[in-house]
Ligand binder design. Sequence first.
Ligand code: GLV
Ligand code: MN
Ligand code: MN
Length: 424
Amino acid sequence: MTIPLLELTADGLANSARRIMARCNELARISSLRGGVERVYLSPEHARANRLAAEWMRDVGLTTHQDAAGNQVGRISGRDPEAPALMLGSHLDTVPDAGRFDGILGVLMAIEVVRLLRSRIPTFPFCLEVVAFSDEEGTRFGKALLGSAAVAGSWDPAWWELTDAYGITVRQAFLEFGLDPSRVGEAARRPDELVGYLEAHIEQGPQLDRAGQPLAVVSSIASARRFQITIRGEARHAGGTPYDMRHDALLGASEIAIAVERLCLAEHHLIGTVGQLNAYPGAVNVVPGEARLSLDLRGELEGTRDRVWAALTRELDQIAGRRGLRWEAREVHTASAMVCEPLLMDVMRAGIEGSGQADPMSLFSPAGHDGMAIGRIADIGMLFLRNPDGISHHPDEYVSTEDIAVGLRAFAEAIVHLAREHAR
Ligand code: GLV
Ligand code: MN
Ligand code: MN
């Protein structure tokens, strides 16, 4: 069976892009944060967003179900309903006080691409699935990629006891959401059920904006490690304690935060962030006796990332020795680098070229994505869309309707190219 050429009109693509923009705005209203966007795993807002996404999935002909880890899934058959599926997706959860597009855009583009391809899908040698992953950010429980890890069959039983800010465990949250923790394994997919995974996402950085280009092929996703570091000194009177008697934990934490920047700047494609820093007991008139800080380290190469963490532990020893402090670190997240598969990169490149953009850039992604987890069971490929000013994880995050329209054309063409490759 031959796979017909795509006939996408500029008007049709513009309508689709406008629908996506309107839906991003609609989803942004499903939020636990007054005046902002915040939607976390296993919350009432997660359930509402899934219901809406399921309606939109059914509207384009997908058969839907919510899986055992709260991911919303839709499927449509190709020429053989038993054939493995090409999975398309991204996530519906957000960081605190988020933008409207991170993850959400990729889910809505996947649904819209099914609409654009609908008349061709019966000729495809694979089925199509759209997955709206339930937890990519890790906002609620501190551990990222819970939804996609469940799909990848790599759920770690230790995660049941992770707690949110109110002390609610993942296990309790599952039950409150109406999910059965003992069935989480049912969300897992086998490698032979999938022909690959494709995701569209805003870049979350300035490279495309700087280059004046709308789209890029992703080459790999950064490896990551996250730590919670505790530094202990001695809490004492802020007025009466002279400097030679102080063991100020916050000053030790501040020095290490500066060291993170210095050590990462000296490396290529490595970036580190201290995003949380709290001092205890947290009084204006008490020298901080304890400081807790987070560290997020991401690197294209795991070796560079690990070398910098080792250097930071030596700095911590040295700072602690000099200031009379003690320190300990708990690793809360580790992810290997994930390289995009050459054929999926090629079809994405061909899709972008088909959208009218010659010689697209290949970008490494310092931001994390569901593909990091799904890459354990399927080849992955990603498409980046220009993110003006590179601002993301912020309410000002933006992508233009025009770029969504060209992104849709590229995404749809990439899938047709892949169908042709598989049909050979
Ligand atoms: C997710 O967006 C991450 O990269 O932290
Ligand atoms: Mn994000
Ligand atoms: Mn994301």
